[in-house]
Design a protein around this ligand. Structure first.
Ligand code: SF4
Ligand code: SF4
Length: 449
């Protein structure tokens, strides 16, 4: 399957109500809950026990298994318990609850990592706990490591600053405040991955609806010819990696191939700055900017919160009447996920909390597919969206897997464009996600047979 060349993406309302809201550091929460699955790979393993005292930035869970990532304490205080939390897929995941002592004391042993060469650099990034903050949560060291594969020749690093989802402004605000960290991140990559990325062009891909950030970045990088501020139209899903690759380089992503095989690496702009922060100071990923907005939110804003802070805490800060909230979504309205409880914590990738009132939360009842084809017309990766439901209902597992693979659903980037345009209001995004999840489980069980 080849990524289609005429990208007719969506013009969704931007609703960037908080673009002018400077991030406010929240008061230290009474407790934080840190799940062990805040990244795309294997769950991290706790190395603390209840009663232990911990400092901000202290390692509390080590990476375990492929593409795992370490977890660090985000407040100082006492480990209260190792609990289990339900996940959206019905499984349980371990989590560490820390009761804060209110002091936010940094780990006294913390110092900027000392390393040499590319391997040392990648190991330091690995220890930072930084993962893709644009939503994928793929460990950043592993993504960078792909560029060292001799099969690839990466000549372009795409720094994803599109932030194309409605409402979210956390990357935007980070760019206004920390252009220096973006600069540092680029220089670290150039220095320590010189053999692989020394000749590369660094394209900061940013939508035109952030003129103040564009100005800041242009000024910052005016004397660096290898950094290009690449302005993109504000369309959705401009931040999807296949879409960005095409719009920024003209290259076409081919399904099933690793991204660096197209000569490019893509890294979210906040991820890059968090990586640089760790390398400069030794402070791992312990806090982030979260946009809080939505029709039920009285005072929308951007907040700097320790990871593990409850959603409730952030909604209360915005004077949201929790009684009137019909749905809370983590992430954007297009591809975010509804949360089951406002007592759930924000995790590493939680860039936004959206609260909807009963009226705006109620989705129209789905009706039968009228075969209009709009879902496929708007899919940026040419998936046979309307065929996924039928394929998923095939009883024979082998045939079901083959039919699902034929639809191309494995390449779905979860953008939600199909659901957005479907006149029959079919829950296409959810169906695709279920299908992808089932295929993964099926392939795993086949391998272990
Ligand atoms: S959610 Fe997946 S299937 Fe739907 S439009 Fe986006 S990429 Fe295509
Ligand atoms: S957009 Fe909806 S109604 Fe139209 S073909 Fe796709 S699933 Fe069917």
């Amino acid at each position: 399957m080849i990524f289609k060349k005429d990208i007719s993406s969506l013009h969704v309302p931007h609703n960037k109500n908080t673009a002018g809201c400077e991030p406010v550091k929240i008061e230290t929460p009474k407790e934080v809950i840190l799940p062990m699955n805040m990244h795309s790979g294997g769950e991290a393993e706790p190395i603390v026990t209840p009663g232990d005292h911990v400092y901000v930035g202290q390692l509390i869970a080590r990476e375990e298994g492929r593409f795992s990532s370490p977890v660090h304490a985000t407040v100082s205080g006492t480990v209260a318990e190792i609990l289990t939390l339900p996940t959206a897929r019905g499984k349980e995941v371990k989590a560490i609850r820390i009761e804060s002592d209110g002091k936010m004391e940094k780990d006294p042993a913390m110092k900027a990592p000392v390393f040499e060469g590319c391997d040392g650099f990648l190991q330091a990034v690995r220890e930072s706990g930084v993962v893709g903050l644009g939503g994928a949560a793929f460990p950043t060291w592993a993504k960078l490591n792909e560029a060292t594969n001799p099969d690839y020749k990466v000549d372009t690093v795409l720094i994803n600053a599109a932030e194309c989802e409605p409402y979210i402004t956390s990357d935007h605000r980070m760019m206004l405040a920390h252009a220096d960290l973006i600069d540092d991140g680029i220089e670290y990559m150039r220095k320590y991955m010189n053999e692989y990325l020394g000749e590369a062009t660094y394209k900061i891909c940013i939508e035109k609806n952030k003129p103040d950030a564009i100005e800041v970045l242009k000024k910052k990088f005016a004397d660096k010819p290898y950094v290009v501020i690449h302005e993109l139209n504000a369309i959705y899903p401009q931040g999807a990696k296949q879409v960005m690759l095409y719009n920024a380089t003209g290259r076409v992503a081919i399904a099933g191939k690793r991204f660096p095989s197209f000569g490019a690496l893509i890294i979210n702009v906040s991820t890059l700055s968090k990586m640089a922060e760790y390398l400069n100071t030794g402070m791992p990923l312990v806090e982030r900017i979260v946009t809080v907005d939505g029709p039920a939110v009285k005072k929308p804003g951007n907040f700097i919160a320790p990871i593990g802070t409850s959603i409730r805490t952030l909604l209360e800060l915005t004077e949201t009447n929790l009684e009137a909230v019909g749905k809370v979504v983590i992430g954007g309205p297009m591809n975010g996920n509804a949360t089951v409880s406002v007592d759930s914590p924000i995790v590493k990738v939680s860039n936004c909390i959206l609260a909807f009132d009963e009226k705006t939360a109620t989705l129209p009842e789905p009706s039968a597919c009228i075969r209009c084809g709009r879902c496929m017309e708007k899919c940026p990766v040419d998936i046979h969206v309307a065929g996924v439901e039928a394929a998923a209902s095939i009883k024979d597992e082998e045939k079901r897997a083959a039919a699902l693979i034929d639809t191309g659903v494995r390449q779905c980037v979860d953008c939600g464009c199909c659901s957005y345009v479907c006149p029959a209001h079919r829950p296409l995004l959810a169906m695709n996600q279920d299908a992808k999840w089932w295929l993964k489980q099926y392939e795993r069980s086949k391998q272990s047979r």
